[in-house]
Design a protein around this ligand. Structure first.
Ligand SMILES: Nc1ncnc2c1ncn2[C@@H]1O[C@H](COP(=O)(O)OP(=O)(O)OP(=O)(O)O)[C@@H](O)[C@H]1O
Ligand SMILES: O=P(O)(O)OC[C@H]1O[C@H](OP(=O)(O)OP(=O)(O)O)[C@H](O)[C@@H]1O
Length: 230
């Protein structure tokens, strides 16, 4: 059986992933039409390309349905519990960079740090009778980060998109989201807490730690890594 490599099927990560492999002598391409999620690999034998949503790749690595996968380091940490026991990093790829941060309205002039947020959260609850709301799609990472930093008086509101808009819409008081240029934060009148950096993400090639690989798959993996990291 071949070694299965999962890469993002569309969007910002797909093209740069294809380019990264091409620069190292391995050609990945979609076979068939643009909507068909099958692919082909040239430049090395025994590797099969599987096109998947970036968000699904962590789980596919965990279950062993793919052996290698490219996705954001944020998504692996968010989607897998004890991620470093499920996957190994093979290569940080140097693109797809984005920071997962906590931001609050610029108008909150007394709130610059997590300690300030904690104080505001306690006052907020006393005043409103419910906990300050933080909108995010990164539930695991945000909970762990706030727990480790002693912030407890909050609730998470699930937001799968347009997260920065939740404050204007009155459904959250703060957000935890990805930023790259910072434009979305600025446009929504938000500022990042000075110690509010949760994770600095980039596209990364991961290997699943399930070790039920055949000898042929191991040999292919060795040859591929030699090419990619030469
Ligand atoms: N400006 C940005 N905004 C959002 N994500 C970004 C940005 N820059 C890089 N990324 C990274 O891209 C990855 C998310 O990619 P994408 O949205 O295509 O995946 P997805 O969640 O699987 O989406 P979908 O479910 O729509 O396929 C994350 O690792 C994220 O950190
Ligand atoms: O710092 P910036 O360069 O402004 O980028 C950050 C924005 O990009 C992402 O949204 P995306 O475009 O993925 O849409 P989404 O709101 O559906 O997640 C992210 O959720 C932020 O909203």
């Amino acid at each position: 059986m071949s070694l299965k490599l999962g890469v993002p099927s569309k969007g910002r990560l797909m093209e740069k992933t294809f380019q990264w492999f091409a620069d190292r002598g391995v050609t990945l391409r979609k076979s068939g039409s643009d909507r068909e999620y099958a692919g082909a690999v040239d430049g090395i034998d025994g590797v099969e390309l599987v096109l998947l949503s970036a968000g699904e790749i962590p789980r596919e690595l965990e279950t062993g349905r793919i052996h290698l996968g490219v996705t954001g380091s944020d998504l692996v940490r968010e989607r897998l519990s004890a991620w470093d026991q499920q996957v190994d990093e093979v290569a940080r790829m140097g693109f797809g960079g984005a920071d997962l941060i906590i931001a609050v309205p610029q108008a909150w002039i007394d709130v610059e740090t997590l300690d300030d947020l904690d104080a505001v959260a306690a006052a907020f609850r006393a005043h409103h009778g419910f906990r300050l709301r933080i909108a995010t799609k990164y539930h695991r990472l945000v909970r762990e980060f706030l727990r480790d930093n002693g912030v407890a008086d909050y609730q998470l509101i699930d937001s799968q998109g347009a997260t920065e808009g939740t404050i204007r819409n009155g459904t959250a008081e703060a957000v935890a989201d990805i930023t790259s240029t910072g434009e979305t934060l600025r446009a929504n009148g938000l500022k990042i807490l000075s110690d509010g950096m949760i994770h600095s993400s980039q596209a990364t090639l991961f290997r699943g730690r399930r070790r039920n690989w055949t000898d042929a798959q191991r040999a292919t993996f060795k040859a591929l890594v030699a090419k990619l990291t030469a």
